[in-house]
Design a protein around this ligand. Structure first.
Ligand code: IVH
Length: 662
């Protein structure tokens, strides 16, 4: 009986995963999904003999590997002939016709060229068995455990009659938005950031701890087949259709058939103009002869098929001079080298600074002060130094070395074993202090609206700020003595300090800037401990007992609260009037079980509206989907309202929301 339920649950969750992660069209509430999932976990824990080989519970990652196994591909993963201009596509078509001795038009299947990491997924009897990187094309690396964590990779094919063997080829990538968020989190946690979405994806797939992979927002798109047993196809389009039927994400809306070379060129231009609006990076288009019979006739040249060609887009790049390399000291003491360049326009935006991430990255690219470099905008936003123009390197240039002393306080810098980030370990370092204070007052932390970065720098320089609690000791006279501070602005500053005193436990914990404790973790801690005093007293065991908290976070939190100076800071802030509101047991309330998204301008601040909804048991979602219960619209709503309307989501006003609370 329970074994039957186990199979049923796996199937149900698979179905909802597909709706959510592949089709972006969920049908059930998160809560309902979580319940099914919890039931599955429980069943599997109680019955270790049940078949977990296709279970979604395996997506959380497993024990780290020592090394990736090398595995030969059954049929080589080829490369593509590249060209850089649409004219080359016309030549490509001419070559094909000449080879085939054919005058009538050849039909092409055109797709975006995904800028990620090529992999092969192997399915036996419909079950996901293995994932290999492309490697050198002949032999790849076994990255099965990492790829299993990717929610858009089906663990079981959807079709009822699966081929005994199916090899699916495609690309692993990260959406631009997910990449941006990941880098923000990396920075927040004092971890190295990634140069672009492709590096982030490749680095994630090729690291040994699949738990890390599980925590990163990877995606998969399928575009080709390797060996298939028991099934044949006649065209590329048919393959794409089959992949979709079997549950794989394909670039359906962005692919297109072309009847002649002019249509191929038109496709190239269409995708190029569309490129920045796509949610993921692409670096060109791939054009494939649609007929598989013709593909066979055409065969290979060297390691590339004669029947396919990639036309790359001209990257948005420019050359400029590295004037200096500055070292920024972050809140966690992390030292980040930043290239300061002669301003240059790249794709319509003026670029001056580009992060060089860390010593390893500087060495790899060998960027030096005085170098002429090629910059491009990675992921369409962040400027990145691609390479050095060696011909233009001054003869007296020297490799850049990270300082061994903190540029701010002069303490020695430490590189922790196994990490690439160099850190200033002086807790009293002025740069670390300034960054910590900036974080403390920031919008999502204590939210002292009128206190900007410049003011903090001045106040620290003037020794008016040496610790968090000093904000609450600021006096009118102190501020009036500063340059460019009039009566009115001083009043506003003091008012925003005063307002910030009413805060929530989640915000307060987040604002302390404890390593690895981002906004979400802070919220989990608040929900669990309910008061700051309980958290202050929590032992390492108490902390690890919180489901969302791992040992790394537990140690960081413990260390922070073991510091008696920091603990005293908390007491003093409370004495100075900071009032920390513990979380309301929010699952109960007039809005419980209902989900909300807010759009447009409301009569109150966004965060206030969110707090109100959560306090009353409602849940805030980040985007509109069919599983959303209510869209709350204010003035000037954007496209979310249209989307909600088309999905049949209830649209309510601020007043309607108020009415629901009574
Ligand atoms: S088809 C050889 N389709 O291009 C033909 N490849 O140079 C089989 N790629 O490493 C590949 N997007 O990473 C194909 N829509 C697409 C593609 C694509 C990106 C990459 C793939 C491979 C490289 C081949």
């Amino acid at each position: 009986m329970s074994q039957q339920r186990h199979e049923e649950l796996k199937k149900l969750i698979r179905h909802h995963d597909h709706l959510y992660h592949v089709l972006d069209r969920p049908e059930i509430q998160d809560l309902e999904y979580d319940r099914l999932y919890a039931e599955l976990v429980q069943l599997e824990e109680a019955n270790p003999s049940y078949d977990r080989s296709d279970s979604p519970t395996l997506r959380v990652g497993s024990a780290p590997l020592d090394l990736f196994k090398k595995v030969p591909h059954r049929t080589p993963m080829l490369s593509l002939q590249n060209s850089y201009s649409p004219e080359d596509l016309i030549e490509f078509d001419a070559r094909i016709k000449k080879f085939l001795r054919k005058d009538n038009p050849v039909q092409y299947f055109c797709e975006p060229k995904f800028d990620g990491l090529a992999v092969e997924l192997i399915y036996e009897q419909g079950l996901f068995k293995q994932a290999l990187t492309r490697g050198d094309g002949a032999v790849g690396e076994d990255v099965t455990e990492n790829v299993r964590t990717i929610r858009s990779v089906p663990l079981r094919l959807k079709g009822s009659n699966p081929p005994p063997l199916l090899e699916v080829r495609g690309e692993i990538l990260m959406f631009k938005e997910d990449f941006k968020y990941l880098n923000e989190q990396q920075q927040e946690n004092g971890q190295p950031t990634f140069a672009n979405p492709r590096n982030a994806s490749a680095g994630t797939v090729r690291q040994l701890d699949s738990k890390v992979a599980a925590s990163r927002p990877l995606r998969f798109f399928a575009y080709a087949l390797g060996v298939v047993e028991g099934k044949t196809f006649s065209s590329q389009q048919e393959i794409a259709e089959f992949l979709k039927q079997e549950g794989f994400p394909v670039a359906e809306e962005h692919s297109s058939l072309a009847e002649n070379p002019d249509e191929v060129v038109a496709y190239y231009h269409k995708i190029d103009t569309h490129r920045s609006k796509l949610p993921f990076d692409i670096d060109g288009i791939v054009v494939k002869v649609n007929s598989l019979t013709l593909q066979e006739d055409l065969g290979l040249v060297a390691r590339s098929p004669r029947w396919a060609s990639a036309a790359k887009f001209k990257p948005e790049q420019a050359q400029t001079l590295v004037e200096t390399i500055q070292i920024q000291v972050g809140r966690t003491g992390a030292l980040t080298p930043v290239a300061v360049m002669k301003p240059v326009k790249v794709g319509g935006v003026t670029v001056t600074n580009a992060t060089l991430h860390n010593q390893e990255e500087i060495q790899r690219k060998d960027v030096r002060i005085g170098d002429t470099v090629i910059v491009q905008r990675a992921g369409d936003v962040i400027p990145e130094i691609v390479s050095v123009v060696l011909d233009k390197r001054p003869t007296d240039s020297m490799p850049f070395l990270m300082p061994t002393e903190c540029p701010s306080c002069g303490s020695s810098v430490r590189v922790v074993e196994g990490e690439v980030v160099a850190r200033c370990v002086n807790p009293l370092c002025e740069a670390v202090l300034k960054e910590s204070l900036k974080h403390f007052v920031s919008r999502r932390a204590m939210n002292m609206e009128k206190i900007g970065d410049r003011l903090i720098e001045t106040l620290v320089d003037q020794k008016l700020l040496t610790r968090f609690s000093d904000f609450f000791r600021l006096k009118k006279e102190d501020l009036l003595g500063l340059e460019r501070q009039g009566e009115k602005s001083v009043e506003n500053i003091l008012k925003s300090v005063e307002t910030s005193k009413q805060t929530t436990l989640g915000r307060f914990i987040f604002s302390l800037g404890i390593r690895f404790v981002g906004e979400t973790t802070a919220k989990h801690l608040a929900d669990h401990f309910l008061t700051i005093q309980a958290l202050q007293k929590a032992s390492a065991e108490d902390l690890i007992a919180v489901p969302e908290i791992g040992p790394k976070v537990a140690v960081a939190v413990r260390e922070w609260f073991e510091n008696s100076k920091l603990n005293q800071e908390i007491d003093q802030m409370i004495e100075l009037g900071v009032s920390i509101q513990g979380p309301q047991r929010s699952s109960e309330g007039p809005l419980s079980g209902k989900s909300f998204v807010i759009t447009g301008t409301l009569p109150v601040k966004r965060d206030e509206a969110k707090d109100l909804i959560e306090k009353n048991g409602g849940k805030i979602l980040s985007s509109v989907s069919s599983k959303l219960d209510f869209l709350v619209v204010g003035d000037d709503p954007g496209s979310k309202a249209d989307k909600a309307q088309s999905l049949g989501v209830k649209i309510i006003s601020w007043d309607d929301l108020q009415a629901m609370l009574t």
